[in-house]
Design a protein around this ligand. Sequence first.
Ligand code: SF4
Length: 157
Amino acid sequence: MIGNKIRNVGRVAEAALAAPSRLAAGAGLGGSVQVRHVDAGSCNGCEIEIGQAFGPVYDAERYGVRLVASPRHADVLTVTGPVTVNMAGPLRKTYEAMPRPRLVVAVGDCARDCGMFAGGHGVLGPVGDVVPVDVQVPGCPPAPAAIVAALRGVSGR
Ligand code: SF4
């Protein structure tokens, strides 16, 4: 049972790695990626999994991926949640403050298509309606291994 789960996580990771690796090469991100995160209206479930992705078990920093506090230091923007009306402006400003090349990773079903909050009061739309999205990580919430796989794809390691 546990063996099956590990094999499934491996397949998810491989699938997520395939396309973004080419993206990393095209964007000129040389194996070291600084990530700024924005919660645009999440329930916080995705943040818990992102925390795990950077924790001691999954340890995304092994692959050249680091969280930073300022968009001015960031190559990659991770975004969770459906974008609320109040967060659309801050999300756009964060994206505009990032130097080029810059990539956006939409983490979780809400970021991709509003998920269970579609049509809800105060929801403006998915992340792609506000900033251009380069990589999507499906799931509600996505597993830490899938998040790490997507970030490895953009770091190219
Ligand atoms: S995808 Fe699921 S866990 Fe993530 S913010 Fe939406 S409801 Fe929460």
